[in-house]
Ligand binder design. Structure first.
Ligand code: SF4
Ligand code: SF4
Length: 408
């Protein structure tokens, strides 16, 4: 549900829970609390597959179908003007970045406090076919406006910029007359990828985040618009992050739909609720460019699941890979100026020092290199593997250093 350490369950098998009740406690600065999206009974706490393909302990709740709310949820007017109280509430409400990265929002506010002069509100939603943020902006404009003010206050920033792609004209016409003076609207050309933090900061403000750096290093913080709305809802009603908008689309469905899902719902349940046309041949959680192919549809929808693509047989033709022909197209197209062909070779050779030297960790996982590769090489897929190897290597080095320190 988030990057960082897994949260610690507060319930056990047989516990009755209400909708919105906290069921797991954050463990550490970039962990997040979890809340039950339904009322019902905990039937298991066990390892379960997730969309990333890893097994993680999951709390399984059998819904009673009543959605009885947790009676302790209440508005938090004390957070309107108190940054510390707001950050504590955002953490308690389990709010994480809803654009897919899963970074806990309270930690992001803390990293920006005192450093950010500008807060960027990300309504760009550049992934093809996904309209979750767009519809959320249309449906929740009062909460969006409120949440933007709250986050400016919490970050201590002077001004805000709401960035929206030009193809979302309804959202632009709705929001532009409502924005307060210190928040400006930046209409961006429709392009992929530009919803990533670094691209968005560059396109909207002309500031370049250095390699390995954070938005705060150039005086910015970036929040996805659905995250902003979740912050406002937590203050207005005490509602934790338990549901979200999700675009369900693809040629295996009668017609695409935007649904509001209870976070944690198995993907197969979501697909059944939208009139499948045929048995999907391939299902992707997230967007077609940056999402993960699922091999088991019992995985739960997560806080960052903004889309589900169900594809029919015709869309999934397998094309043979060949060898790299050194055409250079991947390097020409990479929005981060990386050399994907070299990175691919270094992942295959397990050359971790080279992966660092060629800045693999700056890769956005946008998939543009693989999309245009005439050899059909699984470039960004291999980069996920490479990044996992770097993380494991870093963790092993830290453990070694700690052991040496303790031995001294
Ligand atoms: S686009 Fe594909 S074939 Fe061309 S250089 Fe890059 S990896 Fe090699
Ligand atoms: S996925 Fe490919 S194109 Fe996108 S940032 Fe990474 S290396 Fe560059």
């Amino acid at each position: 549900m988030h990057i960082g350490a897994p949260s610690r369950p507060l319930v056990e098998v047989g516990t009755q829970v209400k909708r919105g009740e906290k069921i797991a406690e954050a463990q550490g600065g970039i962990s997040a609390c979890l809340h039950s999206p339904v009322s019902g009974t905990v039937s298991a706490i066990e390892p379960h597959l997730t969309a990333s393909g890893s097994r993680t302990d999951c709390i399984v709740i059998d819904s009673d179908g009543l959605n009885t709310p947790d009676p302790s949820l209440r508005p938090h007017p004390e957070c309107e003007h108190d940054p510390d109280a707001l950050i504590a509430l955002v953490r308690e409400a389990g709010i994480t970045g809803m654009g897919g990265a899963g970074f806990p929002t309270a930690a992001k506010i803390l990293s920006a406090r005192g450093k950010a002069d500008t807060v960027l509100f990300n309504g760009a939603e550049c992934e093809p076919g996904i309209v979750s943020d767009f519809c959320s902006m249309l449906d929740n404009s009062p909460q969006l406006l409120h949440g933007m003010e709250l986050l400016l206050m919490a970050c201590g920033a002077e001004k805000g910029v709401l960035a929206i792609e030009e193809n979302k004209s309804e959202a632009i016409s709705l929001l532009s007359p409502l924005l307060p003076e210190r928040i400006t609207l930046r209409v961006l050309p429709t392009a992929y990828p530009q919803g990533g933090e670094k691209q968005l900061i560059y396109r909207s403000l002309g500031r370049e985040v250095p390699s390995g750096g954070l938005p705060a290093d150039v005086g910015c913080a970036v929040f996805n618009v659905e995250t902003v709305i979740a912050v406002a809802e937590a203050v207005e009603s005490g509602k934790p992050l338990i549901e979200r908008y999700c675009t369900v689309t693809g040629t295996a469905l009668q017609k695409p739909k935007l649904v509001k899902i209870a976070i944690g719902t198995p993907v197969e349940h979501i697909l059944r609720s939208v009139d499948p046309l045929c048995e999907p041949r391939k299902v992707i959680a997230g967007g077609v460019m940056m999402g993960s192919s699922l091999f088991d549809l019992s995985v739960p929808a997560e806080k960052g699941t903004n889309g589900i693509f169900a594809m029919a047989l015709d869309d999934t033709r397998f094309r043979e890979q060949s060898v790299c022909i050194r055409c250079g197209r991947c390097a020409e197209n990479c929005p981060m100026g990386l050399m994907p062909n070299y990175l691919y070779m270094f992942v295959k050779k397990n050359a971790l020092d080279k992966l660092r030297a060629y800045h693999l960790n700056d890769c956005l996982d946008c998939g543009v290199c693989a999309y245009g590769c005439p050899a059909r090489l699984p470039l960004n897929q291999s980069f996920r593997l490479g990044k996992a190897k770097l993380r494991a290597d870093d963790a092993a080095r830290r453990a070694r250093e700690q052991a040496e320190k303790e031995a001294r």
